[in-house]
Structures are given as structure tokens and as C-alpha cells.
Design a protein around this ligand. Structure first.
Ligand code: AVJ
Length: 315
């Protein structure tokens, strides 16, 4: 894990257009900051998807074609704190569905907290957490003879470029059986006036979330980033539907990363691309699914039509 981290940071900072992988945002501090982000008034995504899980869980169960007498596995990629999923788990548990819940997350810390909270709030739900990167855990799905329902919520797929999202869908497709389903939660393309504040909040939490990756590099790779010399700059291109976050160096400077034995030079105004947050519609999703045997069966949206949960099935 630490070797991958080292390699990925080196690769990203050595590129002519510097970039850092957003999956590394989620250390213990990053997890806590992300929980704060989900509670911010500007970050509409979480409330919108929670609205679907709370108020339309019967519709979700129906659209997913879940059957009471047929055991199934709910596999969640990037489970995080599980707030939305718990609404569905509770509905299934109350109605005596037969299932187990396998949350997967890059953050061991998030999984420990999730398991404790499920054991407490929903003690009859079987939970088997697994730590890992989405791409690497997919191959584990094939082993199951039960129907698999993959949950990939929160617009987590939005962090992938379209090319990577296509790779991911292909790999997911390769590891599912005919009839398995996917519940894919995506943020919908909408005006800049709504999207940009979600990544540029008044309290500066998103800024701290981005800067925390520099702090993590300082701690784990023995580096000397001066985080006060980087500004947070999110952008949103309404036409293509993609938000991007950058950290911008406010001066010419060198940063040394001891564990890499390297020094990286930053020009004043030079940007580090920190995150991509792609927004979706039917057309874009169908483009991503093209060439796979996953097809859209259904789509549920929140009352304000900000967010969509798509139900896909492997044919
Ligand atoms: C968890 C990837 C959906 O891109 O909206 C929130 C992460 N970054 N604020 C997103 C995030 C900044 C989030 N996802």
C-alpha cells in the first residue's frame, strides 16, 4: 500500500501537468473531512441521494428485482460511512430479506467504524468488510454463486475519467454473472451556479480536504510541502459536465520528498490537478456502458432531480 502510494505520488508530481490521485484523500483526517463535506449545505449530492434511499426504498427494492426467498449479496464499492445504504439495509432487514452485506473501501478506518455502527443499529445484518481499491477487488466477485447486487453510490464513479470509467465498467462486467445488478448513483449535469459551490464551500472544508493530501504526503513520505502556499481552485465546465479541483502554488518553490530522494519544482501559478468529479446524464452513461453487457433497466431520482440512482443489469 505504502509502495503504491509512493509510486503514484512520484508519477503524478513528475508529470508535465502535475496531478495527484484523489483516492488518497481518504486517510483518517480525510475521512472525517469528507463526513463534514457531506453535511455542508452546498454539497447537495449526499442529501439528494439520501432522499432516494429514505423515501423510495420500496421502489429501489422493486427496481433491483430483489426476492425475499432468494439469498443475495450486496457488495458496496466505496461504502464510506454507509448512511444512505443503512436506509436500504434497514428496509430489507425489516421485511426479512435474505442477504449479506460486503462493504469495500480504500479506508480501513472507515470500514471499522461502519462495521461497529451496523452491528449496533442493525444487529441481524451479516456484514463482511473488505479493504481495497475498487479495481482490485472486482475479481473477487466471480467466486459467488449467489446473485450479486453491486452498490456504487455517491457519484464515486465521477472521480474516474471517462476512459477509466469505461475500463472499470468493462472489468465489473467481466466479473459479474448474467442477471447480476448494479445500483449506480451519479450526480446529474446541472448549472455551474449549483455545482461549483459544492466544491468551493464558504467554510473552506473542501480546501482543507484537498490540502490534507499534501499534509499526508508530508507525514507518510517525509516531505516538506508548505500547505499555506497553495490555494484551492475548483472549476466546472457546464458544457462537458466535469468539475475539476486544483491546488495552485502561490510562489516559485521547491518541495523535497525524502522517501523518494527527490525535489519537485513549482512555478508561481502552477497547478496540481487533485480531483475530477464527472456529472452524468443518460447519454453519457450509455456511452460509458457501450461495449459491455450492462444495460440500464431503471432510474430513480430525488424530488429535486439533482441526482440519479441507475439500475443496471448484466445481460
Ligand atoms: C465522493 C467522489 C463523489 O467528487 O463529489 C467532495 C468527493 N470531493 N468534495 C465528489 C468530493 C470534494 C466526491 N465523491
Amino acid at each position: 500500500m505504502n509502495l503504491d502510494f509512493q509510486k503514484d505520488i512520484d508519477f503524478g508530481l513528475s508529470a508535465s501537468k502535475k496531478t495527484l490521485p484523489s483516492k488518497y484523500f481518504y486517510d483518517e483526517i480525510g475521512d472525517a473531512l469528507f463526513v463534514e463535506i457531506m453535511n455542508m449545505p452546498e454539497y447537495y449530492l449526499t442529501n439528494a441521494e439520501f432522499d432516494i434511499f429514505k423515501n423510495q426504498n420500496q421502489e429501489l427494492i422493486k427496481a433491483l428485482k430483489l426476492e425475499k426467498n432468494n439469498f443475495f449479496e450486496l457488495v458496496e464499492l466505496g461504502a464510506g460511512d454507509g448512511t444512505k445504504t443503512k436506509q436500504l439495509l434497514k428496509a430489507l432487514d425489516d421485511q426479512n430479506y435474505n442477504f449479506k452485506y460486503d462493504p469495500i473501501d480504500i479506508s480501513e478506518n472507515a470500514l471499522i467504524q461502519l462495521k461497529a455502527s451496523i452491528n449496533k443499529e442493525l444487529p441481524t445484518v451479516q456484514i463482511h468488510p473488505k479493504q481495497g481499491d475498487y479495481f482490485n477487488v472486482l475479481s473477487g466477485l466471480k467466486a459467488s454463486s449467489h446473485p450479486i447486487i453491486v452498490l456504487f453510490l455517491g457519484s464515486n464513479i465521477g472521480n474516474l475519467t471517462d476512459a477509466r470509467a469505461k475500463d472499470f465498467i468493462q472489468k465489473l462486467d467481466d466479473n459479474l454473472k448474467i442477471g447480476d445488478r448494479v445500483l449506480l448513483g451519479v450526480d446529474l449535469i446541472k448549472p455551474k451556479s449549483v455545482v461549483l459551490p459544492a466544491y468551493n464551500d464558504a467554510q473552506g472544508i473542501t480546501k482543507r480536504f484537498n490540502l490534507n493530501l499534501l499534509t499526508r504526503i508530508n507525514k507518510e513520505l517525509d516531505a516538506d510541502f508548505d500547505v499555506d502556499t497553495f490555494e484551492h481552485k475548483p472549476e466546472y465546465d457546464e458544457e462537458e459536465g466535469i468539475a475539476r479541483s486544483f491546488l495552485v502554488s502561490t510562489k516559485d518553490q521547491n518541495v523535497s520528498i525524502k522517501s523518494l530522494n527527490k525535489t519537485f519544482t513549482f512555478k508561481k501559478g502552477e497547478k496540481i490537478h487533485m480531483e475530477t468529479s464527472r456529472k452524468y446524464n443518460d447519454l453519457i452513461l450509455n456511452g460509458i456502458l457501450e461495449g459491455s453487457s450492462l444495460k440500464i433497466n431503471d432510474r430513480l431520482t430525488d424530488s429535486q432531480h439533482l441526482f440519479a440512482d441507475y439500475i443496471l443489469e448484466k445481460y
